[in-house]
Design a protein around this ligand. Structure first.
Ligand code: F6P
Length: 549
């Protein structure tokens, strides 16, 4: 057993820094230092990370870097890249970095049977995927009636949906090769309208499930299969369905052919799997070269994360500052604000990545942690967020840090719109950091001719406390390469935070109880016999049945 991180000298120093009266002061720090942006921004893998609008200073940075050393974050990260068991509760490596590395990178994964040549497995599967994608795009692979495929429907949930769906949308400036649809929810309202609008003869169905046992995905896959069979006959399944999974046996039972089954191993976690065959929908929708560029961008960030010195290391710095906010300042939530409409699903992807990975209550040794771990993550694209929840972020007593993601060059010709967008992105960070006092506001109201009593009455309502941190992340352009780097930045930030907190980022036992109870609840809804349910749940189930459920 390792000593809890709370017993280290670095932790005690950070706790003392957090107790300083000016621990959260940002405005004062910005006003005191004209070089603050240069001192607290860093570049790597084509991205810019700006920490200057947080309360970071030299002493805080040095204490945070000491914490990283005390927690052996770099060592844990390197061990993960070496394919060691990073997920001890499931005895698995976490080798998503192998998915985006060149074929000769030599990644190996430790498994129960010994070491596995991860890079070769990845290279083989990537070349099969590439051949499949080209065959579909070039019309060499057609549907049962001989019609070329025009649409692809990805059926999957969680990591088998959020990443590919988000990336497909993020790359929407690329001319689509196939129309892509993503169905995740078992709610029939999700799949029914998608299938109703499609021609089965021209539709490819991807069943994306690491385990191929997820109830929601299997139920939706059965619906899609029946839809294909009723229009085209049983024989159509072989050409119209591709399966993306680690469970070859279950895939074969479902009826996907080995030629259209794309596999990966359990050392790829679901929420880290968009780079694996689970990302096939991205390549089908946006083209193989976009998918290859996405992988290359992530690989560039992997190399940076492994090699850059700690004080220059983007994922580590992001992890440290977020940990300062969540753990030492008790900020229970943070907002993800992408100022690019194409990144609208980024917050949803990030929610799973952060909260399923690090929403943990015990450390790797099973001891209850005594400090907050992952905060709640939420978000919307800017500027929509400003007209929704940003009121709370500016003025609530709860301080909510935010990541503001900006893209310098748009892929449209509406230069004026883009300047307005960026002006808002910059101004939000400034307003949150600098605030505006009640007196300043009162003065401005008086100067605009407002009566003194009205100005005094309104001043507290119009007071912006400021000292609210934002982290800026800048992409020169939303290319597939830059997107890959951005997503890998967050993946590594999450893995490094887990190392700081001493928790396992790669299991998700917290989702299991609900699944088990749902399995026991289904018969009650089918039969109306609620006797096996607890009285509260049984009462609600009976009420639903009574109303026709
Ligand atoms: O229930 C949570 C989870 O296991 C996620 O971790 C995963 O991304 C999702 O379900 C889907 O799992 P699968 O790809 O095996 O269907």
């Amino acid at each position: 057993m390792t000593a809890p991180i709370t017993t280290t000298e670095a932790w005690a120093r950070l706790a003392a820094l957090a107790a300083r009266p000016d621990a959260a002061a940002i405005r004062r720090r910005i006003e005191a230092d004209p070089n603050r942006f240069a001192r607290f921004s860093r570049s790597g893998a084509g991205l810019l990370l700006d920490l200057s609008r947080t309360a970071i200073d030299e002493s805080l940075l040095s204490a945070l870097l000491d914490l990283a050393d005390a927690a052996h974050v770099r060592e844990a990260f390197a061990a993960m890249a070496r394919g060691e068991i990073a997920n001890p509760t499931e005895h698995r490596a976490a080798l998503h970095m192998a998915l985006r590395a060149p074929a000769d990178a030599g990644f190996r994964a430790r498994t129960a049977e010994g070491w596995e040549d991860a890079s070769s497995l990845v290279a083989d599967e990537l070349s099969r995927m590439e051949a499949f994608v080209h065959a579909v795009h070039e019309g060499r692979l057609r549907g049962a009636t001989g019609a070329p495929f025009a649409s692809v429907v990805n059926i999957g949930i969680g990591g088998s949906d959020l990443g590919p769906a988000m990336v497909t949308e993020a790359l929407s400036s690329i001319q689509p090769r196939l129309a892509a649809h993503y169905v995740s929810n078992v709610d029939g309202h999700a799949i029914a309208p998608v299938l109703a609008a499609l021609d089965p003869a021209r539709t490819l169905i991807l069943v994306a499930s690491k385990t191929f046992t997820t109830q929601e995905t299997m139920a939706n896959a059965a619906v899609a299969r029946a839809w294909l069979v009723s229009a085209l006959g049983e024989g159509a399944v072989a050409t119209h369905v591709a399966a993306l999974s680690t469970n070859a046996k279950a895939v074969a039972t479902f009826g996907a052919t080995p030629e259209q089954t794309f596999g990966f191993r359990d050392w790829v976690g679901g929420r880290f799997s968009l780079w694996s065959p689970i990302g096939l929908g991205i390549a089908l929708a946006r083209g193989w070269s976009a998918f290859a560029q996405l992988l290359a961008g992530a690989h560039a960030m992997d190399r940076h994360a492994l090699a850059a010195p700690s004080a220059e290391n983007l994922p580590l710095l992001l992890a440290l500052v977020h940990t300062w906010h969540a753990t030492f300042q008790g900020r229970g939530a943070y907002a993800c604000l992408p100022y690019d409409q194409r990144l609208a699903r980024l917050p949803a992807w990030l929610q799973q990545l952060e909260m399923e990975s690090n929403g943990k209550r015990v450390d790797v040794d099973g001891r209850a942690v005594t400090y907050p771990t992952a905060p709640v993550v939420f978000g919307e694209p800017g500027t929509n967020a400003q007209h929704s929840f940003m009121q709370l972020v500016h003025q609530s007593p709860a301080v909510v840090p935010a990541d503001i993601i900006m893209v310098a060059q748009p892929d449209h010709g509406l230069a004026a719109n883009h300047r307005i967008l960026l002006a808002h992105a910059l101004a939000q960070g400034a307003a949150l950091a600098l605030g505006r006092s009640g007196e300043e506001q009162e003065k401005a109201m008086l100067a605009s001719g407002m009566a003194a009593d009205e100005a005094a009455r309104l001043a507290p309502h119009r007071h912006f406390p400021g000292d609210r941190p934002t982290i800026g992340i800048v992409l020169p352009r939303l290319t597939a390469h830059a997107l890959g780097a951005l997503l890998a930045l967050y993946e590594h930030k999450v893995a490094m935070q887990a190392a700081l907190w001493g928790i396992n980022a790669f299991d998700q036992w917290g989702v299991e109880l609900g699944k088990t109870l749902a399995a026991g609840t289904l018969p009650a809804l089918e039969t109306g016999d609620v006797g096996a349910l607890d009285p509260a749940t049984g009462g609600l189930a009976s009420a639903l049945r009574h109303l026709g459920g």
